[in-house]
Ligand binder design. Sequence first.
Ligand SMILES: [Zn+2]
Length: 346
Amino acid sequence: MVGFNTLVQSGTTENQLFGNQPQKVVYGSGADANYKALLLKWAKRKMITQKVALALIDATRKKGATDRIPSYWNSYYCLSNMTVANGRMYGSYCKTRCCTICLAIRKAEMINKYLPVLKQWSDPHFVTLTVKAPKHHRLKFIADGMHRAFRQIREKHKKREQRGTGKKLIGLRSLECNFNPKTHTYNPHFHIITQDRYTATTLQNEWLNKWTMKFTHPVAQHMTRIDNREKVLIEIVKYGSKIFTEPDVKNKRNSKVPPTIYADALDNILNEFSGRRLLQSFGFHLPKVQAKPKPTQTLITNFQDMAFDAYTHDWINTESGKAFTGYRPPPMLNYLLQNGIDLEKS
Ligand SMILES: [Zn+2]
C-alpha cells in the first residue's frame, strides 16, 4: 500500500477520489506560472547559469578539482524540470552560489530581511575595506587575515562598550571579490553599511592601522554617506564576484572590453568563499521572526510537466512540445555566452 507520505513521485494509482489519473506530490507554494516577466527572467538566468556551470566544470576538470563538479551540475539542473498546476509552477532549487536564479531569490529575501532594520538607522554610511590584491596562491591567507582583522576590531569596541568607555560598531557587511585579468590578481573586499558615521570612521581608521601601508592604502578605503538605503543594500547583497555579473548588454556599447566570464578565476573565488558568510550583520540581531511554517505538500492530479531545453533556452511541455515562456535571448547575450567565457588558467 502506498501511503501519502511515501508518494513523492508521480505515478498512476487507483484512487477513489481521482480515479485512474496521474498524480504527483509537489512541495512548497510554488511560483506564479502566469507571471510572464518572471518566466522570461528565469529563462534568461537559466541560460546564463547553464553556460557558466559548464565552463566551471571544464575549469575544475582541468585543475583536477573534481570535488566541485557535483555542485556545478546541481546549478546546471536547477529548475530544469518544473510542474505546472493550478497556475503555480513547482520545481527544486539548487541554492548554489553560482546559480543566477537562486542568487536572485536569495537577494530578494535578504533585502526583505534587512531593509526594515536599515530604515531605522540614524545616519547610515557606506564603507569599503580593501587590501592589496593578492595572486591566487595567497587569496586564502589574505581572506583569512581580513576576517580576523575585522573580528578583532569589532571585539575591541564591543569590550569598550561593556566597560562603558566606548561604543560598539553596528552594521551589515558583505564579502566580495573581483578578478583582475590584466594583473591576474584577486581583490577580496568588504562592503559595509554602518548604522552611523562613528562606526564608519572607526572601522576605516582601525582597518588602516591593522593592515598598515604595506598591505593596504588609505585611498582604496571608500566612505560615503548613504542617501538611498535600498539602493545600497541591493548593491551589497549582490553576492560573489563582479566577474559573475550578468553580461550587461546595455552597457556593452560604452565599454571597450567585452564582458568576460573568467571561469578558472570564478571557480577559485567560489571555492575560496565556500563556507564563508557572504552577508553578515554585526552589533545587532534581526528581530525574531516566528518559526518558518513547515513546507507544504500538495497532491495534484491535473498538471503539466516542463523540461528545460538547453538549445532553445526554454522549458518545453513534455506532452505538447510547446515552449513555456517564449523567451528569445537577445543576439548580444547569445554572442557573449558563446564568446565571452574564458577558460584559460587564471
Ligand atoms: Zn538554483
